[in-house]
Design a protein around this ligand. Structure first.
Ligand code: PYC
Length: 333
């Protein structure tokens, strides 16, 4: 066996969605903040993401998180998120996976019944409270960065689809929320290719015609997520299909998407603080969200969301790169 790279990772899934938590092999990424590390990684180290996320080590909907030393005094660990689409500023299912792995591997001091882990993410400080019994991480509640609505009840001209109503909100990433009825598609996995095609057309139209920019987080300047809301959804229980660039669905209920959706429902006056909101994924798995306080982001009314979900450790692996491997950055099929 020969290898020029070796990464150690603990694999997990959060309500169906994988998080490959990279615990070794990366070293310290340059950057004074976690977002600077994310931007440096994207520019200079992206081959690592491609190796670990793409086939044959990953797959078309692969996602992960690289552990880093925190850059802030008030956090325990830093995280750079990686997935097939790039490096997100924040990932909810990924954070639930990271917190579960940190507890179950003993990489943090484990306290029962609740272990609190403060995470330095590119989008800001995220607090994970892990419910632990007999050493097992039973569930994780993350306190997310501020979520806010950027555009309520906007419309966009989408070639091939006409004028589509949408709401754009930030919950750690920008989400365009669109009723599935608006693109005349049913909430059925048998129509997943059509739903992805509509999602990609909508995100392309938004990015070409009116790309969003986060006022405080450098490099957050596009919409790569379309949250298609299923008929019958309301502020108590919402079902959705989350279409993600360049063409896959979140298997989990999407923590940052759930945050954006709650910000929308709050802006409409439909979701009050301290009220449970259940968000269901395309595969039927669920997160429970809550809004715990209000704040503001550069003058925009904003809310602090919490998201509760579960993750399970699925394996521990060492991922190698043999120098003769013809696919050093993997491939997408
Ligand atoms: O859970 O925030 C999330 C997420 C983003 C993309 C996939 N999952």
């Amino acid at each position: 066996m020969r290898s020029t790279r070796m990464f150690t990772a603990v694999d997990s899934h959060t309500e169906g969605m994988p998080t490959r938590v990279v615990t070794g092999g990366m070293g310290v990424i340059p950057g004074a903040t976690m977002n600077e590390k994310r931007l440096h990684f994207m520019e200079h180290l992206d081959d690592v993401r491609l190796l670990l996320m793409n086939e044959p080590r990953g797959h078309a909907a692969m996602s992960g998180a690289i552990l880093q030393p925190s850059t802030r005094a008030d956090a325990d660990w830093g995280v750079v998120y990686i997935e097939v689409s790039g490096c997100l500023p924040m990932c909810g299912h990924g954070t639930i996976g990271v917190a579960t792995v940190l507890v179950e591997t003993g990489m943090v001091d484990v306290v029962e019944p609740v272990t609190t882990i403060r995470l330095d993410t590119p989008a800001g400080l995220v607090i994970a409270r892990v419910a632990v019994s007999n050493g097992h991480a039973d569930s994780v509640t993350i306190e997310n960065v501020p979520a806010y609505v950027e555009r309520l009840d906007a419309v966009i001209d989408v070639p091939g689809y006409g004028t589509i109503p949408y709401t754009l909100a930030f919950g750690g990433n920008f989400y365009a929320m669109v009723d599935l009825d608006a693109v005349n598609l049913p909430f059925e996995r048998s129509r997943q290719n059509d739903i992805i095609a509509a999602g990609l057309a909508i995100m392309t139209a938004i990015n070409e015609q009116d790309a969003p920019h986060h006022p405080q987080i450098d490099g957050v300047d596009h919409c790569h997520h379309v949250e298609f809301i299923a008929p019958g959804s309301d502020a108590t229980l919402s079902r959705h299909a989350m279409a993600i660039h360049p063409g896959w669905f979140d298997r989990s209920p999407c923590g940052t998407g759930t945050s954006a959706r709650m910000a929308e429902l709050w802006a409409r006056g439909e979701l009050a603080l301290d009220t449970d909101f259940v968000n269901e994924s395309f595969i039927g798995s669920r997160f429970v969200g809550r809004l715990i306080s209000t704040t503001e982001v550069e003058g925009r009314p904003a809310v602090i969301p919490t998201i509760t979900g579960r993750a399970w450790v699925t394996g521990i692996g060492q991922y190698l790169l043999d120098p003769s491997d013809p696919f050093p950055t993997g491939f997408q099929f």
